[in-house]
Design a protein around this ligand. Structure first.
Ligand code: NI
Length: 171
């Protein structure tokens, strides 16, 4: 199975709002499988469909520590239906290489979506799970980690990318 290519900032496709999935067919199931494989291989704790060039409201995540059995969560049309508290975490993003930043998010969230059988499911996320859910759902609305940081930090990162591309580094 091929590992999918992950789009990198500032690819404009990352800024688009993704469409709801209206039918969970074989194509969507295959996409979930490929996304999960890509996430584990990279490795990362979460991946949203627009990051691999498919503008659909679909996310996969797994926040299980590496030494424990995998626990893949795949959510279709996820939305945050309740949230509370605040926490800060140093986040990274597979679409923004070599960039991490502390972001303030909700400490606890309840996310409603569908599983691959089309059943409505609710996931209660605390701490890291809450953060990853919010980060991935952001991707579906074209919001990136870098949109949560100060203009100065964003500008510094842009300049770094520009400098590296001028030096002919592989971006
Ligand atoms: Ni991300």
């Amino acid at each position: 199975m091929p590992v999918l290519e992950i789009l990198k900032y500032p690819d404009r496709n990352l800024k688009k709002k993704s469409q709801p999935v209206d039918k969970i067919d074989q194509k969507i199931r295959q996409l979930v499988q490929d996304m999960a494989e890509t996430m584990y291989a990279t490795p990362g704790v979460g991946l949203a469909a627009p990051q691999v060039g498919h503008p659909f409201r679909l996310i996969v995540l797994d926040v299980t520590p590496a030494n424990q059995p995998k626990n893949l969560i795949a959510l279709i049309n996820p939305e945050i239906v309740a949230s509370e508290g605040e926490c800060t975490w140093e986040e990274g993003c597979l679409s923004i290489p070599e960039f991490t930043e502390e972001v303030k998010r909700k400490k606890n969230v309840v996310v409603r979506g569908q599983n691959l059988d089309g059943e409505t499911v609710e996931i209660v996320g605390n701490d890291l799970l809450s953060i990853v859910l919010q980060h991935e759902i952001d991707h579906l609305d074209g919001i990136l980690l870098i949109d949560h940081v100060s203009q100065l930090k964003r500008e510094l990162y842009r300049r770094k990318l520009l400098k590296e591309s001028k030096e002919g580094k592989d971006l």
